[in-house]
Ligand binder design. Structure first.
Ligand SMILES: [Mg+2]
Length: 205
């Protein structure tokens, strides 16, 4: 299992990746939204980074709830609520003692987190949202086939690209109708980078 130091490394690695992505996310959001997704995401993860030393690492469950609460209060808007709920609900569904943690149990908790996004956003896959990355990754984790971190990362990337040809049916982008087609969804891109960064950092710790 992951130690407190390793976990801090994973979170700071992810926060840096999100910060580096800031301009790209803003540009993607300018095309089909209001152009602030990069700033908002970066602000959220920088606050996670700033408070990282205050994390008293008792369990992964508490860390997920901490990250979710921090993101929810700092990202703002729909993205803050959606990312916040994902981490908070996943955290609440994890066992309070890491000794009970298995991959199956983690995947079950992650599924609860994904359910919270669907419920909050009244959304599902194929609507050009973050769910078009997160749900396929969850499905991949649920399969019995042998998977590794780089497979998960590559899969998230290829799934995010599929949102380019989707028509937005949720959020601000949905007002554009067919004109939303041809643009990568900013939420799918940020979800993919978060997933890919966590996978990469886990191979480095
Ligand atoms: Mg926006």
């Amino acid at each position: 299992l992951i130690t407190s130091e390793q976990l801090k490394y994973v979170l700071s690695y992810t926060a840096s990746a999100v910060d580096e992505l800031k301009d790209e996310l803003n540009a993607l959001d300018r095309a089909i939204g209001d152009g602030d997704h990069g700033h908002n995401m970066s602000r959220g993860f920088q606050l996670v980074l700033k408070n990282i030393d205050n994390i008293k690492y008792q369990s992964l469950s508490e860390v997920f709830v901490f990250v979710g609460t921090t993101l929810m209060s700092s990202i703002g808007g729909a993205a803050g609520a959606l990312y916040g709920s994902l981490f908070i609900q996943t955290g609440k569904s994890l066992p309070s003692d890491d000794k009970e943690l298995t991959l199956d149990i983690f995947v079950g908790a992650f599924e609860q987190g994904v359910g919270a996004i669907k419920e909050l956003g009244h959304s599902d896959v194929n609507q050009k949202t973050m769910l078009d990355v997160i749900v396929p990754v969850l499905d991949l984790l649920r399969t019995d086939q042998k998977i590794n971190l780089s497979m998960i990362s590559d899969y998230a990337k290829s799934q995010s690209q599929l949102t380019v040809n989707m028509k937005a049916e949720k959020g601000r982008a949905s007002f554009l109708g067919d004109r939303s087609i041809g643009h990568l969804d900013p939420g799918a891109r940020s979800s993919q980078v978060i997933i890919s960064s966590i996978c990469k950092a886990l191979t480095l710790v």
